[in-house]
Design a protein around this ligand. Structure first.
Ligand code: ZN
Ligand code: ZN
Length: 236
């Protein structure tokens, strides 16, 4: 069932969708970046994190040979959304959804990877989260396992994770509650996102933040704080 929109505002709280794809980059997404921004703004969000797929099957669709061209192409979704966000007054932050298939299928939402880092260290799915962590100061990277109990997904070693996506708007019934229990058991921050691919899923997920965060370090700071961050949940 589609959520009722627009989402009623909460005084002193700002709603962020932490898991959003654009059709410019993610082959499975159907909504172009400018439309993604407009839909979220109209629905009542203060901000979104663009988490386009970063994996070999996405990069193959680009048909590009050099790594720098691939990264240029990968950044188009975020950059287009950012431009539109600046125009309409929606905060647009860069993230990515990294697929690692070494020992089973896992998706991670990553925050804190700067463009220079993306250009300098190619094919991050080859080195996985352990490898990426060795290349960055620990406080600048934030790792969330996306939809850990979705069918076919392997649950990650909790020591790799800062947070667990305990609510994913693209999950089937029954796939979110075990993620909640997993996060609880391991004392991890819980996150919620729409996993936005289609216009019909607008409004499904998100997190209410106590401030209007304008950049990724500020978002990481809020996520690492002890603040209670209410989650938006709309699908069972
Ligand atoms: Zn997708
Ligand atoms: Zn996703």
């Amino acid at each position: 069932m589609a959520p009722k929109l627009p989402i009623p505002p909460r005084p002193g709280q700002y709603l962020y969708d932490t898991h959003v794809h654009t059709s410019e980059v993610s082959p499975c997404a159907r909504v172009p970046a400018r439309e993604v921004v407009r839909l979220h703004q109209e629905a009542g969000y203060a901000g979104i994190v663009i988490t386009d797929h970063y994996n070999d099957w996405t990069f193959e669709t680009f048909g590009l040979k050099t790594w720098s061209r691939i990264v240029d192409r990968y950044r188009v979704g975020y950059e287009t959304a950012k431009e539109e966000g600046d125009r309409l007054g929606l905060v647009v932050l860069p993230g990515l959804e990294l697929t690692v298939t070494k020992t089973g299928y896992t998706d991670f939402l990553l925050l804190g990877l700067e463009p220079d880092f993306l250009y300098n260290y190619p094919y991050l799915y080859e080195i996985g989260i352990q490898g990426i962590r060795t290349l960055l100061p620990s406080d600048s990277l934030y790792v969330i396992q996306a939809h850990p109990f979705r069918l076919g997904v392997q649950v990650a070693d909790p020591s790799l994770l800062d947070a667990v996506e305990t609510y994913n708007g693209g999950n089937e019934a029954g796939e979110n509650p075990p993620a909640e229990a997993f996060a609880q058991r391991h004392g991890k921050r819980k996150t919620s996102g729409t996993d936005f691919h289609h216009a019909t899923s607008i409004g499904r997920g998100g997190m209410w933040l106590p401030e209007r965060v304008e950049d990724v370090p500020a978002l990481i700071r809020v996520l690492r704080s002890d603040a209670e961050l209410p989650l938006r949940k709309t699908v069972p």
